[in-house]
Design a protein around this ligand. Structure first.
Ligand code: SF4
Length: 333
């Protein structure tokens, strides 16, 4: 049965968990990789919500979970007011067109044997949204123009294009069905730096003109800063800090966010910036540290951090953080 929630937010995610079972050896103990360990957030209409973190923090699993391409362990995903958390593959069929993805690798994500026309037309044909093949052709040309490609490009093959142009083709395909939510998973990380800003600007312009809503995932904080309205910082399958962009970049509160931001080179040569070096690697999500998962790498670690997971501390209505430095402060105030 379709459950409808009255909510204006295109996406609401509540306490989402994705655990992958793993067994070491034939008779080894069954353990779980906790790729997502209780993630909650909303994205408002027309908003770009950026997700950042080191590789292995769960960003890409989040993208796959929202698109229902991996099995959820628990939690809720509400898309456009519809709770799709327990939908089967066949129930997802009509919902699929509401969520579209832009992939990281524009070289691997486009079929080299198909023309650009066929690549962009594919979702239109699968979901039967055009009345005739003439209408499909017209829609394809309209989409190519929207992403800055020319009409004659429709008859060429993907391998005849540069990386940036291929990503434009992928974007055109993702917009073909007027999605409620576009998930962009590292959409510029495979591109040259000079091309990255062109693609980011295109995504921003399309958002403005087509009132799109993006979940934008990247490991590069400068890229996320460029495009996002709000940003969530992930560490070992959890958000550690969520804030509107300017507040996060001007006033990072979580020690992990502070360390990530300290690594971005300043454009002002006069500015003296302390580089915070993160000790060690991101721990295994099979055996995550007790208490605050960041504690083995945190330079502010206190005894309580090793024992208790920090609760959410609300700093402003748009900025919250999970760190005992702020819960302890709350208690004193
Ligand atoms: Fe560091 Fe403790 Fe805050 Fe975790 S809770 S980030 S260990 S100060």
């Amino acid at each position: 049965m379709i459950q409808k929630n009255k909510s204006p937010a295109p996406l609401i995610v509540k306490d989402l968990k994705v655990y992958y079972p793993v067994r070491r050896g034939l008779f080894g103990k069954l353990q779980h990789v906790k790729a997502l360990d209780g993630v909650s957030f909303e994205i408002a209409k027309g908003e770009t919500f950026g997700v950042v973190g080191e590789s292995g923090c769960g960003k890409s699993t989040l993208a796959l979970a929202i698109a229902k391409l991996v099995k959820l362990t628990s939690g809720q995903i509400i898309l456009d007011g519809e709770d799709i958390s327990h939908y089967s593959a066949s129930q997802m069929q009509p919902v699929r067109k509401k969520i579209q993805m832009i992939f990281q690798d524009p070289y691997a994500s486009l079929n080299p044997r198909m023309t650009v026309r066929d690549i962009v037309a594919e979702p239109l044909i699968i979901h039967n949204v055009c009345k005739s093949s003439k209408e499909v052709d017209e829609k394809v040309i309209e989409l190519l123009r929207q992403v800055g490609l020319d009409d004659y490009h429709a008859n060429r093959y993907a391998h005849q294009f540069s990386g940036g142009q291929r990503q434009r083709i992928g974007i055109a395909r993702s917009l073909a069905l007027d999605p409620i939510l576009v998930i962009a998973d590292e959409p510029v990380s495979a591109l040259d730096v000079s091309i990255q800003s062109q693609v980011l600007n295109l995504l921003s312009e399309l958002k403005k003109h087509m009132h799109l809503t993006y979940l934008f995932i990247a490991h590069d904080l400068s890229v996320v800063e460029h495009i996002s309205d709000r940003v969530g910082v992930m560490y070992l399958g959890e958000f550690v800090e969520v804030s509107d962009r300017d507040d996060l970049y001007n006033r990072p509160l979580h020690p992990y966010t502070q360390a990530l931001l300290s690594a971005i080179p300043s454009i002002d040569p006069e500015e003296k910036k302390e580089r915070i070096i993160l000790e060690g690697n991101i721990p295994s999500p099979i055996n995550a540290p007790s208490g605050c998962k960041f504690h083995p790498r945190c330079r502010h670690c206190m005894p309580i951090c090793k024992e208790l997971s920090p609760k959410k501390s609300v700093i402003t209505d748009k900025h919250y953080v999970y760190c005992h430095l702020y819960t302890e402060k709350d208690k004193k105030e």
